[in-house]
Design a protein. Structure first.
Length: 166
């Protein structure tokens, strides 16, 4: 029986994800698999490749033929060079940097917030502005009331002068 190491497609449209499997060569692309060797996600940066190297070496040793795509993946991981006995079996596999945990990010933000100078909140500033405007308005009203009183007093004096003249 001819055995191939090939990719089966998973994932949504425009987001391909593959399983690296060992299957009979006569089976269709997404058909029944003998064994799953790993995963391949080409859309991630760098591409995610997870491969059980020991099992891949076994299947290559018993005569399983990799497809072109799987052969390229095996070269990246260094398994193809190891199987062929070529020097430099390290491969060129790149790994993504681990993301910091959410707890670490939260604690860092909390530290930064505690180091900042304390200032009034925006709402209190708005309230202070409203209070200041209210005071100015009250002062303006008081000034206008005083002006009216002065005008009234001046008018009363003028009226008294006119009465005395008569």
């Amino acid at each position: 029986m001819a055995v191939k190491i090939k990719l089966t497609r998973l994932g949504k449209i425009r987001n391909p994800q593959y399983r690296i499997i060992v299957a009979d060569a006569r089976n269709r692309r997404d058909g029944r698999a003998i064994e799953t060797l790993g995963l391949y996600r080409p859309k991630e940066n760098p591409s995610f490749i997870e491969l059980d190297s020991e099992r891949a070496q076994y299947w290559l040793g018993v005569g399983a033929q990799p497809t072109e795509a799987v052969e390229a993946i095996l070269k990246v991981t260094g398994d193809w060079q190891k199987f062929k006995g070529i020097e430099g079996a390290e491969g060129t596999l790149k790994t993504a940097e681990p993301k910091p945990s959410k707890l670490d990010l939260f604690n860092k933000a909390l530290e930064e917030a505690s180091n900042e100078p304390t200032a009034e909140a925006i709402t209190t500033k708005r309230k202070a502005d409203k209070a200041k405007k209210a005071e100015e308005k009250a002062a303006a009203e008081a000034a206008s009331a005083e002006a009216e009183v002065e005008e009234g007093a001046a008018g009363a004096e003028a009226a008294e002068e006119t009465k005395t003249e008569e």
